[in-house]
Design a protein around this ligand. Structure first.
Ligand SMILES: Cc1cc2nc3c(=O)[nH]c(=O)nc-3n(C[C@H](O)[C@H](O)[C@H](O)COP(=O)(O)OP(=O)(O)OC[C@H]3O[C@@H](n4cnc5c(N)ncnc54)[C@H](O)[C@@H]3O)c2cc1C
Length: 404
């Protein structure tokens, strides 16, 4: 039977980063993925990297975003990987007077907390983003926000892990997990068992099913995100582009409830807001998305949602009215019920860790989430900043973990 000191299940951005950072620290690491590295959310996302700065009092969000930004830069500039990283900045369109007031208050508050953000007039934005709709009321500008290619970035982390000695195994699915008497694990896969001393769950939207294998209830649900792309066009869009509409709507009525995570675009089948994010890739395609809908593990794009999103994008960049959609796709995001990540040690089972719940911004936060859980395992104590996302707050026992 194969064996490893640390076995990480899940070859998305969180698992690949955990593997790289643990391997760098000299641990024996196996990264196990049922498909290819980056075959789920980490490979199909928009590649937007959110960052506002460290702020006056750095919290978990600052660590995850700013730490990840440094890791992306390091992959591109120091480690020899071309992940198409670009410190492009981001522009958030303001469509209505009410959104303008909301954006102005938010910018003032964030600036007073030490974050990098500005309110710009549409005239100022037209000199930076010439295709922007001149009839919009203004834009919030986030100078630190960046972008990178999701598949290349995630695979770069896995490749860096391999270069440091990690064993990256793809095309093998975990089917059962057994906790042994000496608090080690026997992980059954569709191609043989693997023993490990430490187990890390980095399985994104599949945290619930993996938890069940261990007799645990991990409150993470799959939320479908979907996107569309144009054909390759000459350079036309220079920043990542978003809209204030959803943030404003969510601020009026936080839509989380006991049985749904906060900040979704739909309640059941009913749309409650429009969310928007997009950019132009290096290959020239313009890609946009935004919907966040709970549809279980059904992972097919919904044409109506794509059309709504395209209309929203064209309100910000009117030339998109004349460019056909060339392809659409979707993926499943790991949303926790309270909207916060779940990163750290699972108290019910010795030597079991989780890095998940990064929701709709796990590409931009995953690299540092992986580093923090690696630091926890390596150092043996919890990095203080992880107190905010302690699994102990929400992971419960749903039955006895199988012991053999
Ligand atoms: C359409 C879309 C757009 C998005 N846009 C952005 C964006 O612009 N910026 C941003 O920051 N975030 C974005 N996100 C969110 C981001 O992609 C996710 O939060 C992040 O990729 C989650 O990473 P992960 O490693 O937790 O999960 P995943 O990438 O889903 O990785 C989990 C892996 O575990 C594997 N796995 C599951 N079960 C098993 C098993 N039994 N055995 C073996 N392997 C298993 C899966 O195959 C999968 O590869 C977007 C997501 C989507 C879907």
């Amino acid at each position: 039977m194969a064996g490893s000191e640390v076995l990480i299940i899940g070859g998305g951005i969180t698992g690949a980063s955990t593997a790289w950072h643990l391997a760098q620290q000299g641990h024996g690491v196996t990264l196990l993925e049922r498909g290819d590295v980056a075959s789920e959310a980490s490979g199909v996302n928009a590649g937007s990297i959110g960052a506002l700065g460290w702020g006056a009092l750095p919290d978990l969000q600052a660590y995850l975003t700013m730490g990840s930004l440094e890791i992306f830069k390091s992959l591109q500039l120091d480690q020899g990987y071309d992940i198409e990283f670009r410190a492009s900045g981001s522009l958030q369109a303001i469509h209505t007077e009410a959104q303008y007031e909301y954006a102005r208050d938010r910018v003032l508050t964030l600036r007073s907390q030490g974050y990098s953000v500005e309110l710009l007039t549409t005239r100022e934005v037209l000199s930076m983003e010439p295709e922007a709709n001149p009839r919009l009321l203004g834009f919030t500008y986030f100078p630190l926000r960046s972008q990178a290619d999701p598949v290349k970035a995630t695979r770069a982390l896995a490749s860096a892990a391999s270069r440091h000695g990690a064993d990256v195994i793809t095309g093998r699915e975990v089917t059962a997990v057994h906790v042994l008497g000496d608090s080690t694990f026997r992980v059954e896969t569709d191609d043989g068992d693997i023993r490990s001393q430490v187990l890390v769950l980095a399985v994104g939207a599949w945290s619930g099913p993996l938890g069940k294998m261990l007799g645990l209830n991990i409150p993470i649900v799959p939320v479908r995100g979907q996107m569309w792309a144009t054909e390759a066009l000459p350079p036309k869009v220079f920043h990542t582009i978003t809209s204030t509409e959803s943030a404003y709507d969510w601020s009026l009525e936080p839509n989380g409830s006991g049985d749904a995570p906060p900040e979704l675009t739909h309640r059941g089948k009913t749309r409650i807001t429009r969310h928007l994010y997009g950019r132009q890739t290096r290959s020239g395609q313009i890609i946009f998305g935004g919907d966040r809908q709970q549809v279980g593990y059904d992972n097919a794009p919904d044409a109506t949602g794509i059309e709504v999103n395209r209309g929203h994008a064209a309100e910000v960049l009117p030339f998109l009215n004349d460019v056909p959609v060339q392809r659409t796709w979707s993926g499943l995001m790991p949303f926790s019920m309270d909207g916060k990540p779940i990163i750290g040690k699972i108290p019910q089972v010795e030597n079991l860790y989780i890095v998940s719940g990064l929701a709709s911004s796990g590409f931009g936060r995953g690299p540092m989430a992986g580093k923090l859980v690696a630091d926890y395992i390596h150092g043996g104590h919890r990095p203080q900043v992880l107190a905010e996302c302690d699994p102990a707050r929400c992971v419960t026992a749903s039955g006895c973990p199988e012991s053999r």
